[in-house]
Design a protein around this ligand. Structure first.
Ligand SMILES: Cc1ncc(COP(=O)(O)O)c(C=O)c1O
Length: 410
């Protein structure tokens, strides 16, 4: 008789895990406050709740300023545009990330250049980034991924040496710290997403943070249809901006969510440490390595590394099918290596970079490719907001599927 739920056996975990998003009275009061204020939109920009949240968030990440916007994809585009990236420019991006990290470059009519990630931490590989620099390179976007931060010392030095704009894509990074400083304050500009799954959420939303006041004025103008408010005199001329303003409802929700972030970060750290301890020693199961300079870790999607060879050749995705059937939500193909994404091979009439001198075949990123198709198991962060028993159920499900793996290859 088979034991695995996938084959009709009893399901190991029948209870739901912790709910996400998480909210309470604070969020209810925040929404009511906006309702009663009667000024719900982002104009005049920044409106009251958006200005307050931007200040709170910037302070939390040690940045001098923050400008809210509609989402994390737009935030990257705004950062690139404010930095003056445009046609003919190349921007180095990691190959292992969400499509928006690179499509935002295409929206600026610049060319994304995909670069491999480090095997230990899945963040951009500084040596590969340096090798990708040409005379057209103008910027590097790092993505803090897999509960890790990009090596900001090495990438910061590289950006300085080659006079490149450094942008942190912090969509997974709310709460990370590097040598005591917040992710979001370490480059020229940084961007965050507040989309539903993110560590800080209002359903949708985004922010750009930074330290340079001129870049702040440029981003603020771009967000607000290119308006140049009195006092925003740090740049010449006018910006070609759209309405990318956040609503007051979103901003008020985000202030309430921000007040919960530190406690949630600590809880996720405790729970993921428990999972690591429980899975330690299981053949074929490992974790990304921790960089001691990353002195506080944000746990967005927790990564478990899977080695098919130690599972008698059982492919990761088959293992995950069985794990999900036991009641543990886990994904493998969270991201594909971006140079394999059809988007970048599209019709040149709809994709500004396709069809030019953009040769997808030229890219190779063995670490990102192995992570995407064979190795990485992504566990959503809300699994680690609940009880120790929740974590034990995850570990038990891994053990159950491992022990019964012969059932899966039959
Ligand atoms: C790494 C990364 N960058 C950018 C984004 C874009 O954020 P949004 O969905 O808010 O546009 C995401 C969101 O999923 C992301 O994961």
């Amino acid at each position: 008789m088979s034991k695995l739920a996938l084959n009709g056996g009893p399901r190991l975990r029948t209870q739901p895990f912790h709910r996400w998003p998480h909210w309470g009275e604070a969020e209810r009061r925040a929404l009511e406050a906006v309702l009663d204020a009667g000024s719900w939109g982002g104009y005049p920009a920044p409106n009251r709740f958006a200005a307050a949240f931007a200040e709170q968030f910037a302070a939390a990440v040690d940045a001098a300023w923050g400008v809210c916007c509609t989402n994390g994809s737009v935030a990257i585009e705004l950062a690139l545009q404010a930095a003056g990236i445009g046609p003919g420019d190349e921007v180095i991006v990691p190959a292992y990330t969400f499509v928006a990290t690179a499509s935002s470059v295409a929206f600026c009519r610049a060319t994304p250049v995909f670069c491999d990630v480090e095997p230990a931490r899945y963040c951009i590989d500084p040596a590969a980034a340096e090798a990708a620099i040409t005379e057209r390179t103008r910027a590097i976007i790092v993505v803090h991924l897999a509960c890790n931060m990009a090596d900001m010392d090495a990438i910061g030095a590289l950006a300085k040496k080659h006079d490149l704009v450094l942008i942190e894509d912090g969509a997974h990074a709310h709460g990370h710290r590097w040598n005591g400083r917040g992710a979001g304050s370490l480059g020229d500009l940084a961007t965050f997403s507040f989309q539903t799954s993110k560590l800080l959420t209002a359903g949708e939303g985004g922010i750009v943070t930074g330290n340079d006041p001129i870049l702040r004025d440029r981003v603020a103008s771009l967000v607000n249809c290119g308006r140049k408010e009195p006092g925003w005199d740090g740049f010449e001329g006018q910006m070609l901006g759209k309405n990318s303003r956040i609503t007051e409802f979103q901003a008020a929700l985000l202030s309430a969510q921000l007040a919960r972030l530190d406690e949630q970060t600590a809880r996720r750290q405790e729970r993921t440490a428990r999972l690591e301890a429980r899975l330690a020693g299981m053949p074929g199961i490992g974790f990304t390595e921790r960089d001691p300079r990353n002195d506080r870790r944000a746990i967005y999607q927790f990564i478990v590394k899977y080695d098919p060879a130690s599972f008698d050749g059982l492919p990761r995705d088959r293992f995950l099918e069985a794990l999900r059937a036991e009641g543990v939500p886990a994904e493998g193909d969270f991201y594909v290596p971006l140079f394999r994404d059809e988007l970048f091979a599209m019709d040149p009439r709809t994709n500004p970079i396709a069809g030019g001198d953009f040769d997808l075949e030229a890219f190779s990123a063995p670490v990102a490719t192995r992570a995407a198709y064979e190795e990485a198991i992504w566990l959503p962060h809300e699994l680690f907001l609940g009880s120790e028993a929740d974590v034990d159920a995850i570990a038990d499900a891994f053990a159950k599927v491992r022990e019964s793996r012969a059932e899966l290859s039959a």
